[in-house]
Design a binder for this molecule. Structure first.
Ligand SMILES: Cc1ncc(COP(=O)(O)O)c(C=O)c1O
Length: 390
């Protein structure tokens, strides 16, 4: 059976609306968001949907996280606590601001940061917590962050319209929520990002950082250090058309996920997410109990034609050579050299066993898509049953 894929039109919601959007911008002759109207409209639509006063668009999810990290203003050598299971775009902005990524271990079933492990990791130089809502499951870190008075940046790249236990939208309980519009996300404009916040000072700082510190109030002056992370009008117009489709994308992904959860509920040896209607189902994760092995099961699923993989990442971020081996700037490993000898950053194999075990032994991810029919889901259910039972 062939599966819709986000790598082509079969698994994307790109259609007449996006074609009209691109045409509208091209015909206007204005492709830059500094003077155009599309990106500013996208920001208003995002802020309104999420019920927050401020949204700032930018050029990628990594850029969104960079705006957020820059806005919480770590001093060089300050620490930001984050998850070992995420895209490298989660840690790159920490390094880019000369701060130190400090990891904590994760929950064995969701792969999200374990709040108790985060608390144990807080130190005198902790400047922020950067939590990731992995695969679309809410990482409930806002209470811990609030209790310790530490800003919380929420990486919502995989969690459009995820809801916390209390029903609020993920991205709205922390200090800043960061979103991605990259090709493989729920909605896409190729590459793009958005940040949301309730804090006007942070919003202003992020807008300036995305535009070379230039306030665009008439004078050509640069108030603060910043880069060019602007979203183009072409991307913004496509993103607006996609954003209008987001509730439908989530409803369809949840419908298909509900069917698979029901079909596999009685199967021993596997753990499924339980929060079908608050999960965003970027991927469909399954955690296997031993002696089942994620590699063996993934191989069988792949042989059956199901788009599934073991582990999500080849190695957790705390084992990435970018952190364990290679220079960061020039020949120097600064800022990773800043932490004192009695508090070295914990990088390399063995540092976070729960995360490592998930990736190497227990976690299986199945590509998920709003275009899956009941037949696709039933095919996956059959293949998982067969693979787990042999
Ligand atoms: C959890 C997470 N964080 C950050 C990113 C970085 O986003 P982008 O690829 O848009 O820069 C991604 C996706 O690629 C992601 O999945």
């Amino acid at each position: 059976m062939s599966y819709p894929s986000m790598a082509d039109a079969s698994g994307r919601t790109l259609g007449a609306e996006e074609i009209e959007a691109v045409t509208r911008v091209l015909q206007s002759g204005m492709l830059s968001s500094v003077w155009g109207t599309e990106v500013r409209a996208l920001e208003r639509e995002m802020a309104e949907y999420y019920g927050v006063p401020h949204a700032v668009a930018c050029s990628s999810g990594t850029a969104a996280l960079h705006l957020a990290v820059a806005a919480v203003a770590p001093d060089p050598g300050d620490e930001i606590i984050t998850s070992p299971i995420s895209d490298f775009g989660t840690v790159a902005p920490i390094l880019a601001q000369n701060a130190v990524p400090v990891f904590a271990d994760v929950d064995p079933y969701t792969g999200n940061l374990d709040p108790a492990a985060v608390v144990a990791t807080i130190g005198p130089r902790t400047r922020a917590i950067l939590g990731v809502h992995l695969f679309g499951a809410a990482a409930e870190l806002h209470e811990v962050a609030q209790a310790h008075g530490i800003p919380l940046i929420e990486d919502c790249a995989q969690s459009w319209l995820t809801r916390y236990r209390d029903g609020r939208l993920a991205g709205t309980a922390g200090t800043i929520g960061c979103f991605s519009l990259q090709q493989w996300k729920h909605i896409t404009c190729g590459d793009g990002g958005l940040v949301i916040t309730a804090d006007p000072a942070l919003a202003r700082r992020m807008r300036l950082f995305a535009d070379k510190g230039w306030p665009r109030d008439g004078a050509r002056r640069h108030e603060s250090f910043g880069l060019n992370y602007r979203m183009t009008e072409l991307a913004g117009a496509v993103a607006r058309a996609q954003f209008a489709k987001l509730p439908g994308v989530l409803a369809d992904r949840r419908r298909a996920a509900r069917r698979l959860v029901a079909a596999l509920a009685d199967l021993p040896g596997i753990r499924l997410p339980t929060d079908v209607d608050s999960h965003a189902w970027w991927l469909f994760p399954i955690v296997l109990d031993p002696p089942l092995s994620n590699r063996a099961v993934a191989e069988q699923l792949a042989a059956a034609g199901v788009p599934a993989r073991a582990g999500y990442l080849e190695q957790p971020l705390h084992c990435a050579p970018a952190l364990t081996e290679t220079p960061v700037y020039g020949t120097s490993r600064y800022p990773l050299t800043v932490p004192p000898a009695d508090r070295p950053p914990r990088y390399g194999p063995g540092a976070f066993p729960v995360a490592e075990r998930l990736l190497t032994e227990t976690l299986l991810v199945i590509d998920w898509n709003e275009r899956y029919t009941d037949d696709h889901v039933d095919d996956i259910a059959r293949a998982v049953r067969a693979a787990v039972s042999t």
